[in-house]
Design a protein around this ligand. Structure first.
Ligand SMILES: [Zn+2]
Length: 235
């Protein structure tokens, strides 16, 4: 073997080695590395990470309240959380479409669970009893004017209870016999007594009860809310 031959053999070996490293590097780069981050991303999406914060974010009182609503036959779906904006907050909103299997709430109302429970309790018990007693019929639909709304109290800087899903404004009640009783309308006699009974009964399940006669802002609806107070405010 000549020196020249040996040198060219060494060069060939070096070239082969470089090619092998290159192809190894290619083999490592392409098939192995790409799927790993993807698997990790899928794992992150599917892992309990998604379920855990949701169940942690649902307080026991909220879970218990929803169970009560189901037992009462209230029709509702969980709505997306309302992010605090200007102080408005509704972390666990519900879209409620009926206060019992036979009593609709129209239009669908976004409320917190406590407010939905108070409304169902009022209309299923004393509301239904007042309809039977004064009008010899049943409540078919409770019509509301507003539920969750991110706004201050009219003419004030302070946020309304509507801004927390704590309030429901009742504008009319439709009866199974086709009659419609407007709050603040021309209801007289038995219809007026029916509304008066509901207003009186609301003070209990609700801590704030306002309506026609309270002030001009409430001339055409009942405002019911579940604001936490030492004593109810019913005017
Ligand atoms: Zn109101």
């Amino acid at each position: 073997m000549t020196v020249r031959h040996s040198l060219s053999s060494l060069a060939s070996i070096a070239m082969l080695c470089l090619a092998a490293v290159g192809s190894l590097a290619g083999a490592v780069e392409l098939p192995d590395r790409a799927p790993i981050p993807q698997r990790r991303a899928e794992a992150l999406l599917q892992a309990p990470a998604v379920e855990k914060p949701a169940s942690r974010a649902m307080p026991a009182a909220e879970t218990a309240c929803r169970k009560e609503l189901r037992a009462l036959g209230v029709a509702f779906t969980a709505a997306p959380a309302v992010k605090a904006k200007g102080g408005c907050a509704l972390p666990h909103p519900l879209e409620v479409t009926a206060l019992s299997p036979k009593m609709r709430l129209r239009p669908a109302a976004v409320l917190n669970c406590r407010t939905a429970r108070a409304a169902a309790a009022l209309f299923q018990k004393k509301g239904a009893a007042a309809a039977k007693k004064h009008l010899d019929t049943q409540i078919a639909t409770v019509v509301h004017g507003s539920a969750y709304v991110c706004r201050p109290i009219n003419g004030m800087a302070k946020l309304s209870e509507h801004a927390f899903g704590n309030a429901l404004d009742i504008s009319a009640i439709e009866l199974s016999d086709g009659r419609r009783v407007e709050v603040g309308g021309s209801a007289k006699g038995a219809e007026a007594k029916f509304l008066a009974d509901i207003r009186t009964a609301a003070c209990g399940p609700f801590t704030t009860v306002l309506g026609p006669g309270t002030n001009a802002d409430h001339a055409d609806h009942f405002h019911f809310d579940v604001k936490k107070r030492r004593n109810p405010y019913c005017r």
